[in-house]
Design a protein around this ligand. Structure first.
Ligand code: ADP
Ligand code: MG
Length: 314
């Protein structure tokens, strides 16, 4: 039987509690549940790469930066993303290894720190839009703007927040290694938080960039670069919907890219949440055969059987 290369992108709720304090124990418990839900897919033996978001986790790293800034020099954002790739990779890797052992599935797990090139001239750098980290009072926000050159915005009455650019991912440095490790049978965790944004300096060196990359768009790029046969986006909702949240909401099941494009133009998907997911699915499918699925972890098996989730293909 021909092996299928599968990329699964995990949403924020797969690794962080929605209520709760976000203790390590809570995160381990959620990771365990997520791994249980992924197990049937991993047990098939198909090459698999797992990517994940890091919103709440990097927010806490940034808060710690602020609270301790007089004791420990704060790290730039690219380094903060890197540290969440490490901590989250460890929690997920350990939960997966335990789940594999409990079910006598013989596969190894490896976490790859992943760097992603972003365009130096990306228009996002002129227009930072992604709010990150803690909330500040107006006076403090004004001071931070002057002292550190941060762009600050008012966030829905909850206070002021730093906003950073969200440039398009152009190339994933480790994609060949990720594919190779997956093809020989290792479960690969990669591209945490959308990857660490970097660029080329004048001299050709790689340097970190203070930005965040959308994890859905980055995952689509990785899915293309590793020639994935199936690109799965797991989130909170069982499927993408038309008229989301309205009385006439309708689930989207099997759908072709050109029809999905029409629904995007009609404004059915919210920017920053479902829109990047459907755009990611379309990017992955542009000029290639493949299947993209948007669903929640509980429905993964049914979605793969064609009975649940939003399934996008030509
Ligand atoms: P993740 O952490 O998985 O990326 P997001 O919150 O960014 O999660 O995106 C998923 C959310 O998108 C859903 O929980 C839902 O509230 C929202 N959403 C917006 N528009 C739609 C839509 N048309 N259909 C379904 N969900 C939608
Ligand atoms: Mg999201």
């Amino acid at each position: 039987m021909k092996r299928r290369i599968i990329l699964v992108a995990l949403g924020g709720n797969a690794l962080f509690p929605e209520g709760g304090k976000g203790t390590v124990e809570e995160q381990e418990a959620i990771a365990k549940r997520t791994c249980e839900q992924l197990l049937p897919l991993i047990a098939t033996g198909d090459p698999i790469v797992i990517t994940h978001g890091n919103g709440p986790q990097v927010g806490r790293v940034l808060l710690r930066n602020e609270l301790l800034r007089d004791q420990i020099p704060p790290a730039p954002l690219d380094v903060c993303v890197g540290s969440t790739e490490g901590t989250m990779g460890y929690i997920l890797q350990q939960a997966l290894l335990n789940e594999l052992r409990r079910n006598s599935v013989e596969r190894y797990v490896v976490t790859m720190i992943t760097q992603v090139i972003v365009g130096r001239d990306d228009p996002a750098f002129q227009n930072p839009t992604k709010p990150i980290g803690p909330f500040f009072e107006k006076d403090k926000a004004d001071a931070l703007q002057v002292e550190r050159g941060w762009a600050m915005v008012e966030d829905a009455g909850r206070g002021y927040r730093r906003v950073v650019p969200s440039p398009k991912p152009e190339r994933i440095i480790q994609s060949k290694m990720i594919r190779r490790l997956a093809v020989v049978g290792h479960v690969v965790i990669a591209l945490g938080g959308g990857g660490i944004p970097i660029r080329r300096s004048e001299s050709g060196d790689y340097v970190g960039v203070e930005a965040v990359i959308d994890k859905d768009l980055a995952s689509a790029l990785l899915a293309s670069q590793i020639k994935a046969d199936i690109f799965i986006i797991l989130t909170r909702v069982p499927h993408a919907s038309l008229n989301y949240g309205k009385p006439d909401e309708r689930p989207i099941g099997e759908i072709q890219p050109r029809v999905l494009r029409r629904y995007i133009r009609q404004g059915h998907f919210q920017a920053g949440s479902m829109l990047p997911k459907v755009e990611a699915a379309l990017n992955y499918l542009s000029g290639r055969r493949g299947l993209s699925i948007i669903t929640r972890a509980e429905d993964l098996q049914e979605a793969l059987a064609g009975r649940a989730g939003t399934r996008i293909r030509h």
